[in-house]
Design a protein around this ligand. Structure first.
Ligand code: TYC
Length: 128
């Protein structure tokens, strides 16, 4: 039996003083290889990004409400509340997403606004 494939031998921690990587017999002669024995998988939470709408004097309120319903899955009531917040305060939060999702939503908003010749601006910013 090829000792490099012995699941019982490979299951435990390396013996004290064992070389890093396991150091199976036959190592280096092309007849053996190391198995991946790392059990504690390191994970990292993805960074999150706020997508914000900016106020302007020309984009129709109804268009902003439509944008919030269509791209940010907001109800008519939520969308109206966010739109009015942006109208009054100058900036407002549409949602929080991972990088690629936020990037896509900004692009969708800007593309539709441009095609309707509205100056609506949408930006993303990293959360701390
Ligand atoms: N201020 C705009 C108006 O009076 C409405 C508006 C709201 C525009 C939100 C942009 O992100 C915006 N027609």
């Amino acid at each position: 039996m090829n000792i490099a494939f012995d699941p019982i031998r490979m299951a435990g921690p390396p013996a004290p003083g064992a070389p890093p990587g396991g150091g199976a017999p036959g190592e280096g002669d092309g007849t053996s290889f190391d198995l991946a024995t790392e059990t504690r998988i390191k994970t990292k939470k993805p960074s999150l990004y706020r997508v914000l709408l900016l106020n302007d004097d020309y984009t129709p309120m109804e268009f902003v409400v439509f944008i919030l319903e269509r791209f940010f899955n907001r109800s008519r009531e939520q969308a109206t509340r966010i739109m009015l917040h942006v109208h009054q305060k100058g900036v407002g939060l549409c949602g929080v997403y991972t990088f690629e999702v936020a990037e896509t939503k900004v692009a969708q908003v800007l593309d539709l606004a441009r095609r309707h010749e509205h100056p609506l601006q949408c930006v993303m910013e990293k959360e701390d």
